[in-house]
Ligand binder design. Structure first.
Ligand SMILES: Cc1cc2nc3c(=O)[nH]c(=O)nc-3n(C[C@H](O)[C@H](O)[C@H](O)COP(=O)(O)OP(=O)(O)OC[C@H]3O[C@@H](n4cnc5c(N)ncnc54)[C@H](O)[C@@H]3O)c2cc1C
Length: 441
């Protein structure tokens, strides 16, 4: 019998680890344990709905899930249905691949007002994550401020700016599509404390802003430097040059008066206070300048009226009970992925919320090498022990075949031309399985 491995989480880091383990130790048994009934983590619930091509990786992950060595246990939450310590007694190796789904708070007075939302929640809401279905962000407002200037901020701005026709071919959730369509939002501000060179968006995403049906990008020419200065790799410099060129073209192109929405790129502004009573009415910023790569306040302030503030300033990992957590970095304490004997970390819980999907592949490969180098099978029961425990606790685990039944229903329910219509509630997913079971009996 080979190694018994449990992977907690089913995002990219989990699937790359499983695929690498299959290659490195073909006789191992791998159980992927996911708190939601649905696999794929942020590929399903983070990547923007109108970037469907990015989600193609789900096909490769599905092939891994269908390998004979692998079993998927969806709807099973470690820390709720069973503990990490229990898993460690059942498996030779346990791999933490739980991601970093918590928002970093804005950290200014008033950030607890109704109408201040973190990007994980907002993105989860429009992507149909069951935790955020009832978020009800205040879109009865003309102004929305997104704090942050990375690709997540751009995704949010674009989803708010696109027309129903532009979104029709995608799987934007019905509740979000209806709320955005009904919203009077006209001005979307994407505000960063530093300048255009320091902004983190990539050029493909930035350029897209110049091709929206009903939205003009707005950039103050005076905020753009003449050239890209500072120490950086040639690759980064090329990207920054392209970003600067895109921003300059936005600044120089007269706005199309037929377009009713505007995305304002606002640089050199740090949030200092969210304004209003119980609910948000605006946000005050201090003008900054960049010194040695850092934003420094200038003592000049301005305000932007808005009814919704989305903080897109990064993520933190959720703590996993029974693991040492590095509060400062927001990740599980680990030595290049090793957490404790037989316990490993991969993906965002290991190294924080950075990089692209493929960055997790390197983690997965490395983790598989470590597991194979560190451990010999000890005869731990693995899967049968997990199944017995879940049965005993009456946990309704979702198999990969169950997920495929849910997926078929999502595809069958899709709008014409759209890839799927997600079920935004776990109860509805479970009802699909009950119906399928009743139909089969
Ligand atoms: C909004 C957004 C958009 C993005 N868009 C892109 C993009 O377009 N292109 C790109 O290259 N990258 C993109 N990324 C980055 C990419 O999604 C991440 O690199 C990747 O998802 C990280 O993988 P992960 O497996 O570490 O975490 P995740 O994908 O978050 O997966 C973690 C999984 O663990 C599960 N889990 C958590 N706790 C438990 C528990 N206690 N028990 C069981 N299961 C648990 C979660 O439900 C989740 O399914 C985006 C990220 C975000 C936030």
């Amino acid at each position: 019998m080979g190694l018994a491995v449990a992977i907690i989480g089913s995002g990219p880091a989990a699937f790359y680890t499983a695929a690498s383990l299959i290659a490195a130790a073909p006789d191992c048994g791998i159980d992927i344990i996911e708190r939601l009934p649905t696999p794929f983590g942020l590929i399903r619930y983070g990547v923007a709905p109108d970037h469907e091509h990015t989600k193609n990786v789900m096909k490769a992950y599905s092939r891994t899930a269908l390998s004979p060595q692998v079993r998927f246990f969806g709807n099973v939450e470690v820390g709720l249905h069973l503990s990490l310590d229990e898993l460690r007694t059942m498996y030779d190796a346990v791999v933490l691949a739980v991601g970093a789904a918590r928002d970093r708070p804005l950290g200014v007075p008033g950030d607890d007002k109704q109408g201040v939302i973190g990007s994980a929640s907002f993105v989860g809401w429009y992507n149909g994550h069951p935790d955020f279905t009832d978020l009800a962000p205040n879109l009865a407002t003309k102004g929305v401020v997104i704090v942050g200037q990375g690709n997540v901020a751009i995704d949010i701005a674009r989803v708010l700016a696109k027309t129903p026709a532009e979104m029709a071919r995608f799987d934007l959730c019905d509740h979000a599509a209806a709320a955005i369509d009904a919203s009077p939002v006209a001005d979307i501000y994407m505000v960063g404390r530093r300048g255009p060179i320091e902004a983190k968006f990539t050029n493909v995403e930035l350029r897209e802003m110049g091709h929206l049906e009903n939205c003009n990008p707005v950039v103050e020419a005076g905020q753009l430097p003449a050239t890209v200065e500072g120490e950086m790799s040639d690759r980064d410099r090329r990207m920054k040059d392209k970003n600067l060129a895109s921003l300059r073209s936005f600044a120089e192109t007269p706005p199309d008066p037929a377009k009713k929405k505007r995305i304002h790129f606002a640089f050199y502004a740090a949030p200092v206070e969210v304004l209003g009573g119980a609910t948000v009415e605006g946000i005050r910023f201090e003008r900054t300048k960049v010194e040695g790569g850092n934003a420094v306040g200038t003592g000049q302030f301005f305000e932007i009226p808005c009814g919704l503030v989305v903080a897109a300033i990064g993520y933190r990992s959720a703590t996993v009970k029974d693991t040492p957590f590095d509060e400062r970095q927001g990740v599980v304490k680990n030595d290049d992925g090793r957490v404790a004997p037989g316990l490993y970390a991969v993906g965002w819980i290991k190294r924080g919320p950075t990089g692209v999907i493929g960055t997790n592949k390197v983690d997965g490969e490395h983790c598989a090498e470590q597991v194979v180098a560190d451990l010999k099978p000890t005869g731990k029961a693995g899967r049968p022990a997990l199944e017995a425990l879940l049965r005993q606790r009456k946990v309704r685990a979702i198999s990969f075949a169950d997920w495929q039944t849910i997926e078929r229903a999502e595809i069958a329910n899709a709008r014409p031309g759209a890839p799927r219509r997600k079920f935004p509630r776990v109860a509805d997913m479970l009802a699909v399985l009950e119906e399928a079971r009743a139909a089969a009996s």
